[in-house]
Design a protein around this ligand. Structure first.
Ligand code: HXC
Ligand code: NAP
Length: 293
């Protein structure tokens, strides 16, 4: 099976305008590329406008699609409101908000300053809130319906995780926001879903989560039952489906795409994966013997 293949039919997103926060790198860039290939207009936003302009040129010539690059630090509501206006001025309307921008780094929590903790909460939770509130108000005020918000969380949004506590705390908040607004704002014609990716190698994440030789020491593929990390196109396929009209009845859902990684860590007896096949005859005999006794 070729899991790197593109899934949706041509033009599946034609006529849609999609805002991707953090769309200039990593998974945001991969999802943006596929949305453009499927016929959408895409607004990419982040703090670094020079990077965004380079990506805009690259993706427009690669896909023939239309990209608007907007500098916007999601931590600041005034910048988010200006981004909403710039997007609407350029394309008339926005159909989809993809909250993908994030900040994260590994650290023992007691080493964090109050500002370090706040920085992650502000980018991930407050940033997602800022974009969601600004677009939500805009859509409600203008009586625009058939709108769609997709949030990128992680599997530790519900399990929690040591050493990335601000990120886990913020992503849990984003997941609660997703489910809450899926109900409250359905009456305005909006739906809300989330994707929880497992390990998908990107420079942004790997530099901050696996610096130096941690990459070799902790091979994340080994933690995954399917024994590999994710391919960006697999995630882009799922995101394209979720922002398309094909998923119109999906609302308030979080879809995990992690090869079974988090469940492997959760199931109490999953550690028996380590038992070699040849030991099972002996183990079975021991268990049966106890029963007879
Ligand atoms: C401890 C640190 C630190 C570190 C920064 N700080 N790095 N503290 N250990 N490694 C502290 C600083 O000293 C400062 O506190 C505060 O955090 C803010 O730092 P700044 O550098 O001023 O912030 P800023 O320039 O806004 O940069 C934000 C950032 C940076 C999050 C620190 O890494 C960034 O720009 N990240 C964006 C991209 C990113 O993180 N991508 C990865 C997403 S991966 P003081 O008190 O000194 O002022 C992801 C994956 C999830 O989310 C799941 C994977 C499986
Ligand atoms: P990435 O390339 O570092 O993406 C993060 C993006 O957010 C960057 O484009 C960055 O752009 C932008 N950003 C950061 N702070 C911002 C701010 N204050 N305002 C606006 N934009 C900001 O990392 P990634 O791996 O692709 O992560 C993308 C998403 O996937 C994140 O939500 C992450 O939590 C999630 N995720 C990733 C993995 C994985 O394995 N990679 C796993 C689970 C979840 P600028 O620096 O230019 O601002």
């Amino acid at each position: 099976m070729n899991y790197s293949e593109k899934m949706l039919r041509d033009d599946a997103l034609k006529g849609k305008t999609i805002v991707v926060t953090g769309g200039g790198s990593g998974l945001g860039k991969s999802m943006t590329t596929y949305f453009l290939e499927l016929g959408a207009n895409v607004v990419i936003t982040s703090r670094n406008i020079d990077k965004l302009n380079i990506v805009k040129e690259e993706l427009e010539s690669q896909t023939g699609g239309k990209v608007l690059a907007v500098q916007c630090d999601v931590r600041h509501y005034d910048q988010v409101e200006a981004m909403v206006k710039a997007s609407v001025d350029a394309f008339g309307t926005v159909d989809v908000l993809l909250n993908n921008a994030a900040g994260n780094f590994i650290s023992p929590t007691e080493r964090l300053s109050a500002n370090a903790f706040d920085t992650i909460i502000d980018i991930v939770l407050k940033g997602t809130k800022n974009c969601t509130l600004a677009f939500g108000k805009h859509w409600i005020e203008n009586k625009e319906t058939d709108k769609n918000v997709l949030n990128i969380v992680t599997t530790y949004a519900w399990t929690g995780s040591a050493y990335v506590v601000p990120s886990a705390t913020a992503k849990a908040g984003v997941l609660a926001m997703t489910r809450s607004l899926a109900v409250e704002w359905a009456k305005y014609g909006m739906r809300f879903n989330a994707i929880a990716p497992g390990p998908f190698p990107t420079k942004g994440a790997w530099d901050r989560l696996l610096p130096g030789d941690l990459k070799e020491k902790f091979d994340l593929a080994k933690k995954v039952p399917l024994k590999r990390v994710g391919d960006h196109q697999e995630l882009a396929n799922l995101a394209a489906y979720l922002v398309s009209d094909f998923s119109a009845y999906l609302n308030g859902e979080v879809i995990t795409i992690d090869g079974g990684e988090w469940l492997k860590g959760a199931g109490q007896m999953n550690l028996l994966e380590e038992v070699p096949q040849e030991m099972w005859d002996m183990l079975e005999a021991m268990i049966r013997a106890k029963k007879q006794g």
